[in-house]
Write a protein that binds this ligand. Structure first.
Ligand code: BV8
Ligand code: ZN
Length: 225
């Protein structure tokens, strides 16, 4: 299972690339790159504080809960279920999903740009620009920015799961951001049955066996039923 921002859209969390999405109002290279952060930590934090505020007000929707239910049924039957998410909003864990691999990190965590310091801060109020208690430099959101490698462990686990799965679903992702979007190809190469759930066509729509057009919050509960 690979999810993207679209599964959280029905929880009121904005997506990136749809009309009116996050990239319409924020220059990607200024707010989602290490260079952008180095140039203006307060400016980047201001954008992330706004996203953290939206996420702290968001609750899991029927799509998130359906995935938690699906995982329970599959694992109760002795099967393996892996949920790989590109989202940094924590809503899958809040919905009760157990095996969540966060390939783009989490906005509830911060880390130092210089030393190994990391801290789980949740989605509540934190300093405008939190600083490292060990070396005093600004802490950054513990998310993967453009041009940065994905966390090696998470990527290995995600690629491994896709390489051995029987069924793969891409839910609410524009399938444009690599290497995460490449997981779809791994599942196809592994001979898995592939499904896409999206309100609009994506580059993956013609690659999957079953493209389902509609909101995740409606389709996923139907799949569980
Ligand atoms: C890397 C930060 C190298 C976290 C993000 C040219 C070609 C190919 C690749 C590249 C290229 N130039 C550069 C690259 C690499 C680049 C990339 O892929 N760029 C793309 C855009 C061209 N990738 C990287 O830089 C990656 N790193 O390559 O490093 C490297 C390797 C080794 C060593 C050193 C370096 C890093 C990628 C991660 C970037 N971080 N964000 C944050 O702040 O959130 S990207 C951002 O996009 C988020 O992480 C997000 O998760 C991700 C994917 O977006 P989606 O989740 O799919 O959301 P989107 O809005 O796009 O789509 C929403 C979808 O939902 C839509 O399809 C919509 O129809 C649908 N939807 C809406 N409502 C619903 C719905 N579906 C169902 N139900 C609904 N209700
Ligand atoms: Zn430090």
């Amino acid at each position: 299972m690979l999810t993207g921002a679209g599964i959280s859209a029905e929880s009121g969390v904005p997506t990136f690339r749809e009309p009116g999405g996050l990239w319409d109002s924020a220059p990607v290279d200024k707010v989602a790159t290490a260079e952008g952060f180095a140039a203006d930590p307060p400016g980047v934090w201001q954008w992330y504080h706004e996203r953290r505020r939206e996420m702290s007000a968001a609750r899991p929707n029927a799509g998130h809960t359906a995935l938690a239910e699906l995982e329970q049924r599959i694992t109760a039957g002795g099967g393996e279920f892996t949920l790989i998410t590109q989202n940094v909003d924590g809503l899958h864990v809040a919905a009760g999903s157990q095996s969540v691999i966060r390939v783009h990190g989490s906005l509830a965590d911060v880390r130092c740009t210089r030393c190994e310091f990391r801290r789980h801060v949740g989605m509540g109020q934190i300093d405008d620009v939190p600083t490292c208690p060990q070396c005093g430099v600004p802490l950054r959101p513990d998310v993967v920015w453009f041009g940065e490698a994905l966390p090696a462990e998470a990527w290995q686990a995600a690629a491994g799961a896709c390489g051995r799965c029987d069924v793969f679903m891409a839910v609410g992702t524009s399938a444009l951001v690599h290497p995460a979007a490449g997981l779809i190809d791994l599942a196809i190469d592994a001979g898995a049955k592939t499904v896409e759930i999206n309100v609009a066509p994506t580059p993956a729509s013609h690659m999957v066996d079953i493209p389902l057009r509609g909101p995740a919050g409606e389709i996923l509960p139907q799949i569980v039923q």
